[in-house]
Design a protein around this ligand. Structure first.
Ligand SMILES: [Zn+2]
Length: 234
């Protein structure tokens, strides 16, 4: 199983052979579909094939490491093992998810305090911060985010070993999501000079690509929990 989105999040489609199909969904020998994880929803899209296209309505992780399950729409025809398809994601939606996901990394750099939760959906995203009592200034957060976006910082990934990760606990900003160790290496997402943390999601190449973002509202979710909601402005 090759998860092509890990090396290149801009891939929109790939040729792939069907590796298996059961009641959970379809497995391919390689894919550009990102499975739900790390607060980012799974991709939707189409498997193009001579015998008729199949709509994929969700993508989830399987039991095996790096196993990706493509969930077809109800009533979709069964695929033959070793049949070849073109797997094509809904790129417009994915790109909005990448923009918001990258913006949430910027938000981590702007707001002090541990991240206790988060969620991304199409056009929207939020992070919860453990900020004791402090009132967060919505306008100040919006201004600082806009500056980081306008500065067009480079966004890149690199890998470190599990041992290096264990020696650098300060890298873990998100208390609710443990970095995916156990495979010998951990993927770090670096916004150069701004943010560095383990992340397996998909991101844009430069912060300028995020575009205009609005801080929609800041909610109190418990004594030390502040939820910051962001919306893509366009
Ligand atoms: Zn990320």
């Amino acid at each position: 199983m090759a998860s092509l989105f890990r090396e290149d999040s801009y891939l929109r489609s790939c040729r792939a052979a069907v590796a298996g199909s059961d009641e959970r969904g379809i497995r391919l020998d390689s894919t550009v579909f990102y499975p739900t994880g790390g607060g980012q929803p799974g991709d939707v899209g189409i498997l193009r094939r001579a015998a008729g296209d199949i709509r994929i309505v969700d993508t989830i992780k399987g039991a095996a490491p790096d196993e990706v399950i493509h969930v077809p729409e109800p009533g979709a025809p069964a695929l033959d093992p070793s049949e070849t398809v073109t797997a094509e994601i809904d790129w417009e939606r994915r790109h909005r998810l990448m923009r918001m996901h990258t913006c949430l990394h910027l938000l981590c750099a702007v707001v002090p305090g541990a991240v206790t939760g988060g969620q991304i959906s199409d056009g929207k995203g939020r992070l919860d911060f453990d900020v004791p009592g402090a009132a967060l200034d919505k306008d100040e957060i919006a201004t600082r985010l806009a500056a980081l976006i306008a500065a067009d910082h480079e966004v890149r990934t690199r890998w470190i070993t599990d041992e290096e990760m264990a020696q650098r606990p300060e890298l873990v900003r998100t208390m609710s999501v443990k970095p995916p160790t156990g495979q010998g290496r951990v993927r770090l997402l670096e916004i150069v000079g701004v943010d560095l943390q383990p992340c397996g999601g998909t991101h844009v190449r430069r912060t300028g690509e995020i575009g205009a973002v609005t801080v929609a509202k800041i909610e109190n979710k418990g004594k030390q929990n502040r939820r910051i909601n962001l919306v893509l402005a366009a």
